[in-house]
Design a protein around this ligand. Structure first.
Ligand code: ADP
Length: 566
C-alpha cells in the first residue's frame, strides 16, 4: 500500500489537551483555573459597553443631520434588547432586519444579541420569494423593516405560512413606501429600558448572526456566526485597516453583507464614528466625506467605479486621505490610479460570507512605494496574505490537500482555517460537512501562490457570478430559463463587465419546433421572476458544449462569454 505522505502545514492540530500524566504534574495546570476573573466569553457587545464609558459624549452614529453619542447609542441598543425580551424573544430566536445602512440596523447588531437572539440582516436587493424563503428557513420571530422595501416585504409576508411581529423603520430621510407593521421602530424602542442589564453569552460559540449567501445551489444557505468570531474579525479589521478613536467610517458597504464585513463592531471597538448612508450614491458620498472628514470606507470595486465616473459637479474635493478597502473582486490598476488621484488610498481585501467577510489583505510592503503605477497595481491586485486573526491559509490541491508550490503559476484551491470561519450552514449539515471537510474551509476559489507568500485568485470552481459585489447563483437563473416553454437547455456563466465586474450571460438551446424566441423575450421572462441584478444581460443561442458523460462544459462557455461582444 502506498505510504501516506505527511504534508507540513496542512494538518489541523488537535484541539483537546490529552489527559496524560504530564498534565497532572504540570505546575502550569494546577490551581490555575479558569474563572470569571480571568476568563470571559469573547463578544463584540463588550466593545459598545466600553465605548459608552470611555467616550460617552463622542459622536458614535451620524445619520443626516442627527448625531447620537456613544451614551445614546448604548442606551438605544439596550432599549432594543429589552423591548425584544418583553415581546418574548429569547436565546436562539431570530430577529430579521430589512434595511439600508440606517441607525436601526447598526443598533440591531448590538440590541438583538444583547437579548440573546440572532440577527438576520436581509439583502434588500432580493425578490419577495427569496425573502419569504429566508424568513421561513431562518424562523424569524420579529421582522424590523424599512418602509422603502414595503412592496417586496409585503409580498414576502403574504407568502409566509405563519404570523411574525413586524416593526417599521420610518426614517425621516425616506418618504416612499408604506408602513406594514404594528409599530414604528422608535415607538418600539420606547417600550424598552435604556438601562437594561443585559448579559453576554454564556458561551462564546453562541450564534450572533445569520446571513444568507447564494452559494452554488438555487436556495440560499444560512451562514451562522458566533460571538467569538465576530469579536476576533472586528479586531482583525481594526488592525488591518488602521482604525483608531479618530476614525470616521462612512457606511458605503451594505451592513447585510457579512455584518458589514464585521465593521458594525470594528468601528465601535476602536471608538470611531459611524456615518450612516441610505444609498451608495456619489452625490451623497462626496459631500459626506468632506462634511464629516471621513477617514475610512469599504465597498466592492463597483463603488469605486461609480465614484470615479460621477459627474464632475458632484465630485466635491477634500484635502485629506480617505482609506478605501475593497473586496469581492480585484481592483483593476486603472481604478486604483483614478482613486488615488481623487485622494483615496486603496487596500485590497478578500473573503467570503463564510469567513465573516475579509480574511486576507494585500498587506502593504514599504518597498512598493517607489514602484511605477503598473507594477504597484499588479502587486495590489493580489488578494494577499491572511489576516492576523485567521489561523492559517493554504492554496492546495483539494483532492490530496497538498499545498501547491509557491511559484506564481500552479493553481490550487484557497483553504482557510481558524476562529473566524463560520459555525456552519443553518439546518444544512451536508453542506457544512462538505465546506469544512478535512479540517479546512474550502472556499471554492482558485488561486496561485507567489514566492513572497501572497496569493492571487485566478478563477472559481463554484458556480457563482459576482455582479456589483452581489452573488448570483447560476443555477437559480438557469431554473428560471428552463421554466420558459421554448427552452430546452440553458447554462448561465459570468461574463466580465467593465462596470459590474461580471454579469450573467445565458447560453440557450431552444426546443425543436418551438415558436421563435429572441434574447429580449428571455430577458423579460427572467425579469418577471428574478431580482433585477440576477437577470441575464446577454443571451446566446445554440448547442451547448458537453463532456462525454453529457455534462455541460461551463469552462468552455466562460471562455466564449469572455470573448463575446459586450
Ligand atoms: P461578500 O458578501 O463579501 O461579497 P460572498 O460570500 O458573497 O462575500 O462572496 C465571496 C466570493 O467573492 C469569494 O468566494 C470570491 O469568489 C469573491 N471574492 C471576494 N473577494 C475577492 C477579491 N478580493 N478578489 C477576487 N474575488 C473575490
Amino acid at each position: 500500500m502506498a505510504q501516506r505522505r505527511k504534508i507540513a502545514g496542512t494538518k489541523a492540530p488537535r484541539t483537546k489537551t490529552p489527559r496524560t500524566k504530564a498534565r497532572r504534574t504540570n505546575p502550569f495546570e494546577q490551581a490555575l483555573d479558569r474563572g470569571p476573573a480571568n476568563y470571559a466569553p469573547l463578544t463584540p457587545l463588550s466593545f459598545l459597553a466600553r465605548a459608552a464609558t470611555v467616550y460617552p459624549d463622542k459622536p458614535a452614529v451620524i445619520h443626516g443631520d442627527r448625531t447620537w453619542s456613544y451614551a445614546d447609542f448604548y442606551a438605544r441598543c439596550r432599549r432594543l434588547a429589552s423591548a425584544l425580551r418583553r415581546r418574548g424573544i429569547r436565546r436562539g430566536d431570530t430577529v430579521a432586519v430589512m434595511a439600508p445602512n440606517v441607525p436601526a440596523l447598526l443598533e440591531a447588531h448590538y440590541g438583538v444579541p444583547m437579548a440573546g437572539a440572532v440577527l438576520n440582516a436581509l439583502n434588500y436587493r432580493l425578490d419577495a420569494r427569496t425573502i419569504a424563503f429566508i424568513l421561513e428557513h431562518g424562523e424569524a420571530k420579529v421582522l424590523i423593516t424599512d418602509r422603502e422595501f414595503s412592496d417586496t416585504v409585503g409580498q414576502a409576508l403574504g407568502m409566509l405560512r405563519r404570523k411574525i411581529t413586524v416593526i417599521d423603520i420610518d426614517d425621516p430621510l425616506h418618504a416612499g413606501g408604506q408602513l406594514l407593521g404594528e409599530k414604528d421602530y422608535e415607538a418600539f424602542l420606547a417600550e424598552g429600558d435604556p438601562d437594561w442589564a443585559w448579559r453576554g453569552p454564556a458561551d462564546e460559540w453562541q450564534a450572533i448572526c445569520l446571513l444568507y449567501t447564494s452559494g452554488t445551489t438555487g436556495n440560499p444557505k444560512g451562514v451562522v456566526y458566533h460571538h467569538r468570531g465576530a469579536y476576533l474579525n472586528a479586531l482583525g479589521n481594526a488592525l488591518a485597516f488602521g482604525l483608531t478613536p479618530a476614525s470616521v467610517y462612512l457606511w458605503t458597504l451594505p451592513m447585510f453583507h457579512c455584518s458589514g464585513w464585521t465593521y458594525a463592531w470594528a468601528v465601535t471597538a476602536a471608538g470611531g464614528t459611524h456615518v450612516c448612508l441610505r444609498r451608495v450614491e456619489p452625490a451623497l458620498i462626496f459631500p459626506a466625506i468632506k462634511r464629516h472628514r471621513v477617514t475610512h470606507m469599504c465597498g466592492a470595486p463597483i463603488v469605486m467605479t461609480t465614484l470615479i465616473h460621477a459627474p464632475e459637479a458632484v465630485k466635491v474635493t477634500f484635502d485629506h486621505v480617505v482609506e478605501m478597502a475593497t473586496g469581492g473582486a480585484a481592483p483593476p490598476s486603472t481604478v486604483i490610479a483614478a482613486m488615488e488621484a481623487m485622494g483615496f488610498r486603496v487596500t485590497h481585501l478578500y473573503g467570503l460570507t463564510e469567513t465573516y467577510g475579509p480574511s486576507t489583505l494585500c498587506a502593504w510592503q514599504a518597498d512598493w512605494e517607489g514602484l511605477p503605477l503598473k507594477a504597484r497595481a499588479e502587486k495590489m491586485a493580489r488578494q494577499g496574505v491572511r489576516y492576523p486573526t485567521i489561523e492559517d491559509l493554504i492554496i492546495a490541491d483539494p483532492r490530496s490537500m497538498a499545498p501547491v508550490p509557491r511559484d506564481g503559476r500552479t493553481v490550487g484551491e484557497v483553504m482557510l482555517r481558524g476562529n473566524t470561519v463560520m459555525k456552519g450552514y443553518l439546518k444544512n449539515p451536508r453542506a457544512t460537512r462538505a465546506a469544512l471537510r478535512r479540517g479546512w474551509f474550502h472556499t471554492g476559489d482558485l488561486a496561485v501562490w507567489h514566492p513572497d507568500n501572497y496569493m492571487e485568485i485566478k478563477d472559481r470552481s463554484k458556480d457563482i457570478i459576482i455582479s456589483g459585489g452581489e452573488n448570483i447563483s447560476s443555477l437559480e437563473v438557469e431554473e428560471v430559463l428552463y421554466s420558459h416553454p421554448a427552452v430546452m437547455e440553458a447554462a448561465v456563466v459570468a461574463k466580465p463587465d467593465e462596470k459590474w465586474g461580471e454579469v450573467p450571460c445565458a447560453f440557450v438551446t431552444l426546443k425543436p419546433g418551438a415558436p421563435p424566441v429572441g434574447a429580449e423575450d428571455l430577458i423579460q421572462w427572467s425579469r418577471d421572476k428574478l431580482a433585477r441584478y440576477k437577470v441575464p444581460k446577454h443571451v446566446v443561442f445554440g448547442a451547448l458544449p458537453k463532456t462525454s458523460t453529457g455534462k455541460i462544459q461551463k469552462f468552455v462557455l466562460r471562455e466564449q462569454a469572455r470573448s463575446a461582444p459586450g
